[in-house]
Design a protein around this ligand. Structure first.
Ligand code: 13P
Length: 233
């Protein structure tokens, strides 16, 4: 069983989501399928696909115009929320500290946070990949977390059609699994994300400690997403 999560980012409409859920309705799979969609599309119903949000406030309620809280997300029936995606870190200045607070808020409302970590191209070229990944996990994942997912997303590879080598993915995922075990969180699923598509999904998910994928562009259309879901048992 793998976890196949889509991240629609700021794309789609309610009709496009209905179309996707309809297309996924009769897919036979043991994998857990999740779609993280814009807030406006939460509330759609599906028997076999869980929905998630893409960000959450650190606060539960109050004078925070434009924010959406974990209890509100849970109230829609959503089960997941992505926190600390590289685009939130890059465009909204989210630090590991903020990401950990968001993850804790999600957990407190019964949501499963999908906590993203990964290195930029500058950090990669400076030989800091492993240090950034390890500090990302140690500082972004709440230590008392029991129900979380971690996603390794090499930031230089997102939306670029680039992927690390299988050896690089294995090294990153082994480090994340070992770090989580050291934090008392062994068994936490670790997803790989960045330029996943039907053609590379099975190979990526055969790598040690890759428990699934977090898919951006290729999760938007059924013809692209379904081959990823059915690429592994
Ligand atoms: P792409 O699959 O479009 O590279 O995006 C990856 C991503 O950011 C998923 O969260």
């Amino acid at each position: 069983m793998k976890i196949i999560a889509g991240n629609w980012k700021m794309n789609g409409t309610r009709a496009a989501l209905e179309n996707m859920l309809h297309a996924l309705r009769d897919i036979v799979t043991n994998n857990r399928v999740i779609l993280c969609v814009p807030f406006t599309m939460l509330g759609a119903r599906s028997e076999n696909v869980a929905l998630g949000a893409q960000d959450v406030s650190t606060h539960d309620h109050g004078a925070f115009t434009g924010e959406v809280s974990a209890p509100m997300i849970a109230d829609t029936g959503a089960k997941y929320v992505i926190v600390g995606h590289s685009e939130r870190r890059m465009y909204h200045g989210e630090t590991n500290d903020i990401v950990r607070q968001k993850a804790a808020a999600a957990i407190a409302s019964g949501l499963t946070p999908i906590i993203c970590v990964g290195e930029t191209m500058d950090e990669k070229q400076a030989g800091k990949t492993m240090a950034i990944i390890e500090s990302g996990v140690r500082e972004s994942v709440p230590t008392d977390a029991r129900n979380v997912i971690v996603a390794y997303e090499p930031r230089w590879a997102i939306g670029a059609g680039l992927t690390p080598t299988a050896t690089e993915i294995a090294a990153a995922h082994t480090l994340i699994a070992n770090t989580l075990a050291d934090m008392g969180l062994d068994g936490t699923p670790v997803l790989y994300g960045a330029s996943v598509k039907g053609a590379n999904a099975a190979e990526i998910m055969s790598i040690a400690h890759v428990d699934g994928v977090l898919v951006g562009g290729a999760s938007l259309k059924p013809d692209d997403f379904i081959p990823i879901i059915t690429s592994v048992k």
